[in-house]
Design a protein around this ligand. Structure first.
Ligand SMILES: NC(=O)c1ccc[n+]([C@@H]2O[C@H](COP(=O)([O-])OP(=O)(O)OC[C@H]3O[C@@H](n4cnc5c(N)ncnc54)[C@H](OP(=O)(O)O)[C@@H]3O)[C@@H](O)[C@H]2O)c1
Length: 290
């Protein structure tokens, strides 16, 4: 039975395809992309690439078939996502797919930070569609933090507005493998998975771990939400992304991304990747520090 991944050329999507290729034959896997050139490497690996753009629902007509198991990876155009996700859900319903998994947000409707709004609305659209669903409520990725390690080392500080809140991050690869486990497993129809790392940590603990691994003094600098957003904007982050990131940090301060129910490690059949391991891996990729 084909397994369809929408958002296959994104960072998470590529890892989902890798994880599926470990479990299924390439010609069983359909990668949905809006740009054929970006998917050329996937086609070269034998994956069936189909071109569609959520903004043009007619392009989604031939993407799904009856009985498919499919994954919709949430899009990257904040503020525009719900309508675009709905177009994919409508196409999946019309084709009578057997399962549509969606990468939502940890906590689902209980999350009160702004990034959650579009995920909650998408969950509601999926539930209302009648399509057999699996909600993959993903927590924060390690890479949100390790991706900024070069700046952290340059400035000697991890900066945010998360206060002493704990965040239960996992590796992007962990979330990708969990998605592949759901797509290739059985009994996931009408399921909800609260996916997060096994361990929740504070920003001060993260800074201390970076210090330990680098031998440099790295501290956590907590800023009021508006000041943190302004700092992100000054460093080149677009205004909307900066506001959303600072608002999500306030959510972390309230404990909204810190839950550790263990769903992710259960799906993986192993512990989630520790943040210390992700830091070590990311440090290896950085140019030598003076
Ligand atoms: N929880 C966290 O810590 C965390 C961290 C990072 C990301 N995220 C979220 O998780 C999701 C996946 O992350 P990611 O890093 O894989 O993001 P990404 O690389 O931006 O991937 C998003 C995918 O959606 C596709 N897409 C977007 N709009 C589309 C459209 N109109 N038509 C067809 N395809 C469209 C993109 O296509 P292209 O490849 O052509 O751009 C891309 O493949 C995103 O929603 C992101 O915001 C969460």
């Amino acid at each position: 039975m084909p397994i369809v991944v929408a958002g296959a050329t994104g960072a998470l999507g590529r890892l989902v395809i890798d994880a599926l290729l470990d479990r299924s034959a390439a010609d069983e896997i359909v990668a949905v992309a809006r740009d054929r050139a970006r998917a050329a490497d996937l086609a070269a690996r034998g994956v069936d690439v189909r071109i569609a753009d959520y903004r043009r629902p007619e392009t989604l007509q031939d993407v799904f078939s009856a009985g498919d198991r499919a994954l919709l990876i949430s899009g990257n155009e904040a503020g525009q996502r719900v309508g675009r996700h709905r177009a994919v859900i409508d196409a999946a319903r019309e084709a009578r797919v057997g399962l549509l998994a969606y990468t939502s947000i940890l906590g689902g409707p209980t999350a009160t930070f702004r990034i959650a709004e579009e995920h909650i609305a998408t969950e509601q659209a999926l539930l209302a569609s009648g399509v057999p669903y699996s909600l993959l409520r993903n927590g924060w990725h390690h890479e949100n933090y390790t991706g900024a390690l070069a700046t952290t080392l340059k400035t000697g500080a991890v900066v945010g507005s998360a206060g002493g809140g704990r965040v239960a991050t996992a590796a992007r690869r962990d979330y990708a493998e969990a998605a592949a486990a759901v797509l290739t497993g059985s009994g996931h129809e009408r399921s909800v998975h609260e996916l997060s790392g096994d361990t929740a940590w504070t920003m001060a603990e993260y800074a201390a771990e970076v210090s330990r691994q680098t031998g440099r003094e790295i501290r956590y600098q907590d800023l009021p939400q508006e000041r943190y957003a302004a700092l992100l904007i000054d460093s080149g982050v677009p205004a909307m992304g900066a506001q959303l990131a600072a608002d999500a940090d306030a959510g972390i301060a309230r404990g909204e991304l810190g839950s550790t129910p263990g769903d992710l490690s259960r799906l993986l059949g192993r512990p989630t990747t520790p943040i210390a391991e992700a830091i070590a891996e990311a440090l290896k990729d950085l140019p030598a520090q003076s």
